[in-house]
Design a protein around this ligand. Structure first.
Ligand code: PHE
Length: 352
């Protein structure tokens, strides 16, 4: 990690009863799939970087090489994980010894980076959880953490208190990120709980007929800011799982494939190219079908244009036809107006 090799004896300790790290896990440390530009995780990481660089030029500092061995204080106490929380158990987390773990989330780095004075940062890294293995779970995966601090000057003129201001900015920023990754999709915010944020929210997007959880986020607990040199400030934080998103964006059916060295897998991905298997058309079709049902015969993209500012226009032709009878202009116009209304509100596009 960072050019430093972590020795087996520093991680696997067969005669220490507080150690539960097997060789299979040790063998993954330092591989850093997220730092390979032609790997789907690296491509996704860079695509998220692009969004932050474009939206906040020069502001977010990126860390993708922090050591995954952290203290229990960093992983749990610093982010207010309660003493009796399940994630602390030997069943859930890989312990190197009673004070040291393989980080189970990138939130483990929040406190140290705050103390170093950072106010805008992204942390990307491998995280480790003792978990059952199936097509979507693997004991090593990758997360990105985002963190942004505000000072009273930022919100004083807004008419909001600091928490409301941060929550509003958080949602706007992450909705922008989701649009950057997925195109025009329907999104919703779901209230949830994390020990380190309050309020806490999950962002979900509607994808192929299901709500997909994209990330966890929230307004950082005051205590974390206070303990790390940022009294009177507020902050937001988010954490997202890279595999979960990459599986959807690149159409990767099994999480184990990320670790494959098979050329037939690795050669499919190249720097800067997001999978693009995801077609915004599918969402449009869902909306149209939701309104017109079987009266819609075809939805066809007939023009596609991106202007200098990066705005993309799509022109679609929708054909309505009934199998039983002639449709009147009036009923088609009604459906068409409903489609326009719903496309505008659900897919957040500008109509022309
Ligand atoms: N650390 C959380 C997790 O691993 C994600 C998260 C990060 C949630 C930051 C809120 C804020 O599930």
């Amino acid at each position: 990690v960072g050019g430093v090799k972590i020795a087996r004896e520093d991680v696997v300790k067969e005669d220490d009863p507080t150690n539960n790290v097997p060789d299979t896990i040790y063998s993954k440390i330092g591989i850093q799939l997220h730092r390979r530009d032609n790997h789907p995780l690296g491509i996704l990481k860079n695509t998220i970087y692009d969004y932050f660089d474009k939206s906040f030029p020069g502001q977010f500092v990126k860390f993708d090489d922090l050591c995954p061995l952290v203290s229990t204080k960093q992983n749990f106490d610093d982010v207010l994980v309660p003493a009796d929380h399940v994630s602390r158990s030997y069943n859930d987390t890989y312990y190197v010894d009673s004070q040291t773990v393989l980080r189970c989330h990138t939130s483990a780095h929040q406190a140290e980076l705050l103390r170093e004075g950072h106010t805008h940062f992204l942390v990307i890294g491998d995280v480790y959880r003792r978990d059952s293995i199936d097509s979507t779970h693997y004991p090593v995966f990758h997360q990105m953490e985002g963190f942004r601090v505000f000072s009273p000057d930022d919100w004083s003129g807004s008419g909001m208190d600091g928490t409301a201001y941060a929550a509003t900015d958080l949602k706007k920023t992450l909705e922008g990120l989701a649009t950057h990754l997925f195109g025009a999709v329907e999104m919703r915010w779901v209230d949830t709980y994390f020990p380190f944020t309050n309020p806490s929210f999950e962002l979900e997007i509607y994808f192929q007929g299901d709500w997909l959880e994209v990330l966890g986020s929230g307004v950082t607990e005051q205590e974390i800011l206070k303990s790390n040199g940022r009294t009177d400030h507020v902050a937001w934080a988010f954490g997202l799982g890279l595999e979960r998103l990459a599986m959807v964006l690149f159409d990767i059916p099994d999480i184990r494939l990320f670790w494959s060295n098979d050329q037939r897998f690795t050669s499919q991905f190249s720097k800067g190219k997001l999978g693009a298997k995801f077609k915004p058309e599918n969402n449009l079709c869902e909306v149209v079908r939701g309104i017109a049902g079987d009266l819609v015969e075809e939805v066809k993209l007939i023009d596609n244009f991106t202007n200098k500012k990066g705005m993309t226009s799509h022109c679609y032709r929708i054909a309505y036809r009934s199998m039983e009878r002639s449709l009147t202009d009036e009923e088609i116009n009604d459906m068409q107006w409903n489609v326009r209304e719903e496309v505008k509100s659900k897919l957040r596009v500008e109509l022309r």
